[in-house]
Design a binder for this molecule. Structure first.
Ligand code: CDP
Length: 229
């Protein structure tokens, strides 16, 4: 059976990873969360005091890049891949607000992007992958057979993310999540290297009022038409 690359880009908290995981499961493809890779580097930055708030010590980070190894390993119990930073499972901690608050600054650094994009392209060599992020259809896999671009209103996205995070963080405010989403959207869309934008050949999906199931079925039709062509 023909194998393709499915590239899913879009704004923060648009449900890219939920959709990507469902597709990977259905198609028996490998799912790669490229955002988790940027988050792992951002965690390294925090752990090594390479930032004072939004002030990133860029030169020091670039110097340390050869020491930052980001990998994925399969969790056999949960049947999902989890991100590791230098051999330690950081899958949970990379989703924290502390990491969210610095990740988009870290992701503006071209040397960081270069290192992670090379890794992403290596993983994709075998095809049969679903990767989500911000530049997957534009930079990482410009020839991906299927490109999706996900959007939803900022309020709906913040509500989804707040519900996800509040379970483990009772001090979290909705406003903090909304502010972070708006800030990251802005940083991601305006940065010089590989900004977030919809590729010409990407299919846009606004899922503000679309159920997960309806969205999945809609996308599976697109996938099947690519597999048959
Ligand atoms: O899940 P969420 O939408 O919050 O974001 P993510 O996919 O985990 O990505 C976190 C951040 O990493 C984004 O806001 C971007 O700044 C950066 N990122 C990127 O620059 N390029 C990618 N391919 C993926 C993520």
């Amino acid at each position: 059976m023909k194998k393709i690359i499915i590239a899913i880009d879009g704004f923060s908290s648009t449900g890219k990873s939920t959709l990507a995981k469902l597709l990977a499961q259905q198609l028996q493809y490998v799912y790669v969360d490229s955002g988790a890779m940027y988050r792992a580097v951002a965690l390294y930055v925090l752990q090594n005091n390479l930032t004072n708030g939004s002030d990133l010590k860029t030169d020091q980070l670039i110097h340390k890049l050869p020491l930052i190894k980001v990998t994925f390993e399969n969790n056999k119990v949960l049947k999902s891949s989890e991100v590791y930073l230098n051999g330690t499972n950081v899958n949970e901690v990379v989703r924290s607000m502390e990491v969210s608050n610095v990740v988009s600054i870290v992701a503006t650094v071209p040397e960081v992007r270069q290192q992670l994009v090379t890794l992403q392209q290596q993983i994709g060599r075998q095809k049969g992958i679903v990767m989500d992020g911000r530049d997957i259809g534009t930079v990482v896999f410009p020839n991906a057979e299927l490109k999706l671009f996900m959007t939803a209103s900022a309020n709906i996205r913040a509500k989804r993310r707040y519900e996800e995070l509040a379970v483990n963080d009772s001090n979290l405010s909705f406003q903090a999540v909304l502010d972070n989403i708006n800030l990251r959207d802005h940083l991601d869309s305006t940065r010089e290297d590989s900004p977030l934008f919809k590729a010409n050949d990407a299919v846009e999906i606004d899922n503000s009022n679309l159920s997960k199931q309806d969205q999945f079925e809609q996308v599976m039709k697109l996938v099947n038409s690519k597999l048959e062509s």
